[in-house]
Design a protein around this ligand. Sequence first.
Ligand SMILES: Nc1ncnc2c1ncn2[C@@H]1O[C@H](COP(=O)(O)OP(=O)(O)OP(=O)(O)O)[C@@H](O)[C@H]1O
Length: 327
Amino acid sequence: MARTTTVEDVTVIATESLTKRYPRVTALDRLTVEIAPGVTGLVGANGAGKSTLIKILLGLSPATEGTASVLGLDSRTDGPAIRAHVGYMPEHDCLPPDVSATEFVVHMARMSGLPPTAARERTADTLRHVGLYEERYRPIGGYSMGMKQRVKLAQALVHDPQLVLLDEPTNGLDPAGRDEMLGLIRRVHTDFGISVLVTSHLLGELERTSDQVVVIDGGRLLRSSSTQEFTQATGSLAVEVTDTDRHPDGTRATLDALAAAGLTARADGHLLLVDIRDESTYDTVRDTVAELGVGLIRMEQRRHRIAELFTDETDQPDEEGGDRDAA
Ligand SMILES: Nc1ncnc2c1ncn2[C@@H]1O[C@H](COP(=O)(O)OP(=O)(O)OP(=O)(O)O)[C@@H](O)[C@H]1O
């Protein structure tokens, strides 16, 4: 089932100066971005313009200015062809409570043009894939939020699209449910080769799930790059040490000793952030800690986090994560 990537689909979505103005608000403001195959996270606070972008990409809402192409098709003129090759999971609950997941997803498959037998087979496969097989004949009205989100995902996948646009698929889920949904989303790409654009206002989850992250704010592009670039190594070494009877504040004692050894370091809570000058920095830290007699709990190179985009670049968040999910 997995597809091979060809030169033509190196860019699955491209926008150029895309602008959408409503009477009172500019929802998208000259947005120019290219999205490669794989899993892409589109992150932004509520009202940033994520849903507006998705509706324009699907050809459901016209842009005021600029252009957007999806799988090489023009969203202004090729809406029906785009929707034939793209699956869409809307943000809000749009499910009929009185029908079963099977009935609903078969209906959506038929709407996309699949013949009856193929629609039933694809529905069974897709519901199994999203983990809803046992409950598939029960009315959706009795489903949990997590199960409803899976039905919405299944209907987006049932016609075997090349790309799916998932609008806030983790909304309303508890942390375990979110993790499961993110795992499913990742597998949509790894198992079936389907590219995914997934929106969220939660930064941490996109860091884990996406190959590329696009950040928008007030309809403008804040940043677009690979997740690897976002989380690349920084030039500082995070060091954590124990306290001892001789050094009841081990962190402070180590900070002073590192300064005496000629290194630049600062305390960040219980962590010490040491500037890496060259390879010898590691040895100097190790030797300084050993001479002091405090225990070395960890010594590792710091990595950037996507959350830092929303703070001062130099204002490193707490190592334990803090509120990494807040946009
Ligand atoms: N049909 C509309 N008419 C007028 N204004 C709209 C319309 N749709 C969206 N907006 C406005 O455009 C801006 C962007 O909204 P959009 O729904 O795209 O944001 P979002 O990032 O998806 O956030 P959310 O997750 O809250 O939906 C908001 O200020 C919103 O109020």
